[in-house]
Design a protein around this ligand. Sequence first.
Ligand SMILES: CCCCCCCCCCC/C=C/C(=O)SCCNC(=O)CCNC(=O)[C@H](O)C(C)(C)COP(=O)(O)OP(=O)(O)OC[C@H]1O[C@@H](n2cnc3c(N)ncnc32)[C@H](O)[C@@H]1OP(=O)(O)O
Ligand SMILES: NC(=O)C1=CN([C@@H]2O[C@H](COP(=O)(O)OP(=O)(O)OC[C@H]3O[C@@H](n4cnc5c(N)ncnc54)[C@H](OP(=O)(O)O)[C@@H]3O)[C@@H](O)[C@H]2O)C=CC1
Length: 261
Amino acid sequence: MALVGRKMEKLETVKAEIESTCSVKISLHSCDIREEDRVKETIADILVAHGKIDHLINNAGGQFPSPLNMISGKGFETVVRNNLTGGFLVAREVFNQHMMLQLGKKDMSITNIIADMWNGMPGMGHSGAARAGMLNFSETAANEWAPVRVNAVAPGFIASSGMDTYPEPMKQTIMQLDKTIPLQRLGLEAEVSGALVFLCSPAASFISGSCIRIDGAAPNARRIWPVGTGKANPAFNSFHLGGVPEVIQRRDAERASKKGN
Ligand SMILES: CCCCCCCCCCC/C=C/C(=O)SCCNC(=O)CCNC(=O)[C@H](O)C(C)(C)COP(=O)(O)OP(=O)(O)OC[C@H]1O[C@@H](n2cnc3c(N)ncnc32)[C@H](O)[C@@H]1OP(=O)(O)O
Ligand SMILES: NC(=O)C1=CN([C@@H]2O[C@H](COP(=O)(O)OP(=O)(O)OC[C@H]3O[C@@H](n4cnc5c(N)ncnc54)[C@H](OP(=O)(O)O)[C@@H]3O)[C@@H](O)[C@H]2O)C=CC1
């Protein structure tokens, strides 16, 4: 397993977590996926360390919240590079340096993480545009790079540590998000990884050019119908090391205190 991100400290933490659970060879690579030369070097380093890359999960990404009319050209480009160009560069290098030379010999896949950007992504329009581009890139690559399977996974609102990186006004919105989702709760990281494990497995060997939505049916909510019944379904909570983001802990504490009053 090769873990890639900008900050080595974060990667060390994840490595230690995985090693506390199972025995697997893990290499760590500090790389900003927006830097083309660095991406080329990183993929080459991974191939030296492991000799192969069977499955790529293109997960790196993120953005800052802003209405469209306040986003500068530089800000828009920064987010597009983070959520579209960077993922393309990583996938291209994995394909060119390894997968292209192994076609037909084994099952290989690329999964690009996008987001719930259907019908637009208000407050994060730069990211919505980039993620829509990533979906279209995945569809093209599924054709040009077959038999490598290329798919997208589109998470909706997932209770991850990423939620704690947003400013306070947005945290207020995050604390109300569950009410906008037909399944009446946020998703868990384990519920995204379940789909990723499936897509990397032989059980998904005829799935390519597809997108799996993991969003509790949020894009299916309609103004003419109440959202959900007030009841949530049980979550697939399989990460024993997973944590609850601070913003969600705060939400639950506030709701418990209101109930107590
Ligand atoms: C109003 C919101 C309604 C939404 C409703 C709720 C949504 C809930 C959220 C759930 C959905 C999504 C979840 C996730 O994606 S979780 C992952 C979250 N984690 C992150 O997003 C963190 C990652 N973000 C970053 O690393 C950075 O923001 C980013 C990579 C995008 C930029 O960092 P970088 O270091 O590369 O860039 P700079 O800081 O140098 O900035 C470059 C230019 O970009 C513009 N910019 C950057 N930050 C801001 C900001 N906060 N506000 C405005 N503009 C910004 C700016 O032009 C920078 O250039 P200058 O500094 O020269 O001006
Ligand atoms: N949580 C949610 O509700 C949703 C999340 N998503 C997307 O799912 C993915 C994972 O999200 P989540 O775990 O919540 O977010 P986090 O912010 O916790 O994780 C994002 C990861 O991407 C890495 N990363 C970000 N930018 C770069 C870059 N330029 N180069 C290399 N690595 C980078 C970060 O590491 P480092 O900082 O060390 O580089 C970090 O490990 C992201 O793409 C996110 O946008 C989509 C929809 C909803």
